[in-house]
Write a protein that binds this ligand. Structure first.
Ligand SMILES: [Zn+2]
Length: 625
């Protein structure tokens, strides 16, 4: 009898697959099920899985076997094996399994401090602010404020609402200080200079310094476009204020609390959105966007989405859901996507996708069929017209984004589930979804794939499509610089200089935030006491990696410009991109990008991609309000 030796990382990946198939399903049920009993049961299951995973990740015997296989099995490993093995080991080390006993105790203590302070901080991010009687009377405000946005024409009211909502909060600062301090100690315990250094493992830009160069590069290279857009807003602001202030005092500055309002005003006046919305409403419905996406992926990769009937009891909710089968040109099934678009109070907020089961090569030489769930809050699922209810262009873009994630998993053909589909570093996993946004934002693509469900021969007029796009992409430079500044804050608050100072109370996060924003956006005035970062959830989830979105957008922009801009339905590049996506996280992001771009983009090339895009979009006409 021939006895075949099974590699250790294959066994660990198999165990992990069995756990994920149940744990990921439980998580999806916990977030989406309409029946409270199911949600509660799923929550209990999720908790038990967390404990099981934690106990396996701290299992020294399992870790040591895997670690020694790096050497004992080295002659039998290819590149993907080696990378998967390294990622599995990294997961164990994330749980402190490799540390000495007393360090391990410290590690556990710090991890729970990170979890607790992070959870407390997040609970408070969306806190409601009370307004005093005097201000209620003076500004005509309710007793509580839920958001920083006031589109009042009264500038002092806008300022008051914004600054009250974002006022520095001592309790939030304490939670944040604890979070930063624990993360910093955790990073140092595991041999890193700071948490910002530790967080860059396996990422495209690879280290803290490259990330910093990239982000300041974006700020500098987008400066001209940023100032052009700002000048348009200053002009509007001056027109609004011409009766209020001495014209000689119209300095070339603008306040952060006014940015949102002035952009809103510009879009209202510059584009006839009401007329365009009327004209395009029949074209932008849930089913037309879904069909448009299917048409696009059929032309790019030969993959079609076909609706399947639902079996009774198959779904977690009965209204506003459907099941799609992804099939190739020979009608072979590639995977299943469930889409839940109903708005319901019990459903978790936010648009997202769940990988309930991912692609993996099985021991019987078949592929495990991926199952994805998309959750979007688009329509009233109980309306009999829900498929044909109008949605905004922004929602259409979001649908393309989330379907882009789903297609990444559908196209996956990895040996291991640990690196399947979207299980790759976030700066890469957001590229397929961002690229889909470039497709839907192209005038030619949009008018050719988005058709009315009832009259498919009708095409959206080029004028209406162009207006929608111009409005959507106005002020891209301001948005990009703002995102880069938030990324810099998130990086530096975890960085080697600020983190120890914040941990010891020598600096507050508000001071750091003010400093970074003043350097990144010097013409925008702000109150030193304004603490946007006290409401910035992402500090907890992304910890020194919020910038990944910008890297992914820049990469998607390069792919779009180099491969699809001139020929958006190119099957040659479509097939190439499908092949790149099939590797999931099995290779380093730079290796994958080289396959589609022909070169490995540096942080400089990524910066230039974003700045070119903002130059192109920053030519806004001045308007009279
Ligand atoms: Zn995404």
């Amino acid at each position: 009898m021939k006895f075949e030796l099974i590699l250790y990382h294959v066994i660990v990946d198999d165990i992990s697959n069995e756990i994920c198939k149940s744990a990921d399903l439980a998580e999806c049920v916990r977030q989406l099920h309409s029946d409270l009993e199911f949600r509660e049961a799923a929550e209990n299951v999720s908790r038990e899985f967390c404990e099981l995973v934690e106990s396996l990740n701290t299992n020294t015997a399992l870790y040591q076997k895997l670690k020694s296989s790096e050497i004992t099995e080295s002659s039998r490993l290819d590149d993907v094996d080696r990378r998967t093995l390294a990622l599995l080991l990294d997961d164990f080390e994330q749980s402190g399994v490799h540390l000495k006993d007393e360090q391990k105790a410290k590690f556990v203590q710090l991890s729970s401090e990170v979890f607790n302070s992070g959870a407390r901080f997040q609970e408070n991010c969306d806190r409601i602010v009370s307004v005093g009687k005097f201000d209620q009377a003076k500004y005509g405000l309710p007793s509580q404020i839920y958001s920083p946005v006031s589109n009042s024409v009264d500038q002092s009211k806008r300022k008051m609402v914004y600054n009250t909502f974002y006022r520095h909060d001592d309790q939030q600062e304490k939670y944040l200080q604890k979070l930063i301090s624990s993360r910093h100690q955790l990073a140092q315990l595991t041999g890193f200079e700071s948490f910002a250094h530790r967080a860059q493992r396996n990422s495209l830009l690879e280290d803290y310094d490259n990330v910093k160069t990239f982000l300041w590069g974006v700020v500098e290279k987008c400066r001209n476009s940023f100032e052009k857009e700002l000048a348009v807003l200053i002009d509007i602001s001056a027109q609004c204020n011409q009766y209020n202030i001495d014209s000689s005092k119209q300095a070339a500055t603008i306040a952060d609390h006014d940015l949102g309002f002035l952009m809103h005003l510009y879009r209202e006046k510059a584009y006839d959105i009401a007329k365009v919305s009327r004209e395009s409403s029949q074209f932008f419905t849930f089913s037309s966007i879904l069909n448009g996406f299917s048409t696009l992926s059929q032309r790019l990769y030969g993959v079609q989405l076909v609706e399947e009937p639902l079996v009774s009891g198959e779904m977690w909710n009965t209204a506003g859901v459907l099941k799609l089968k992804a099939v190739d040109e020979q009608m072979n099934e590639l995977g299943v996507i469930y889409v839940d678009v109903s708005i319901r109070p019990e459903k978790a907020v936010g648009d997202c996708h769940y990988t309930v089961r991912c692609s993996k090569y099985l021991s019987d030489a078949t592929w495990q069929m991926p199952i994805l769930v998309l959750s979007l809050g688009l329509v009233d699922g109980h309306s009999h017209m829900w498929r044909d209810s109008g949605i905004s262009f922004h929602s259409a873009e979001t649908m393309f984004h989330e379907l882009g994630h789903a297609m990444h998993s559908i196209l996956g053909r990895t040996k291991y589930q640990h690196v399947a589909g979207t299980r790759c570093p976030q700066d890469f996993s957001e590229i397929p979804s961002n690229l889909m946004e470039y497709f839907i934002s192209d005038l030619g693509v949009m008018t050719s794939i988005i058709r009315r469900s009832d009259r498919p021969s009708d095409q959206l007029s080029v004028e209406a499509a162009a207006t929608l796009l111009a409005s959507r992409h106005s002020f891209t430079a301001i948005e990009t610089v703002q995102q880069a500044a938030y990324g810099l804050y998130d990086l530096e608050v975890h960085g080697p200089i600020a983190a120890p100072q914040i941990a010891t109370g020598r600096m507050t996060t508000t001071e750091l935030f003010y400093d970074i924003m003043s350097k990144a956006m010097p013409h925008v005035q702000r109150s030193p006491d304004s603490a946007f970062q006290h409401r910035f959830h992402h500090t907890v989830q992304y910890g020194a990696k919020y910038y990944s979105y910008l890297v992914a957008r820049a990469s998607a922009c390069l792919i779009w410009q180099n491969r699809f801009l001139d020929e958006p339905f190119s099957r040659k590049w479509g097939d190439c991109w499908a092949e790149v996506q099939s590797h999931g996280g099995g290779h380093h992001p730079a290796v994958l990008l080289k396959k589609i771009l022909g070169f490995r983009p540096t942080e400089k090339e990524l910066t230039i991609a974003l700045s070119k895009e903002s130059q192109h979009l920053a030519n806004l006409d001045a308007i009279t309000v």
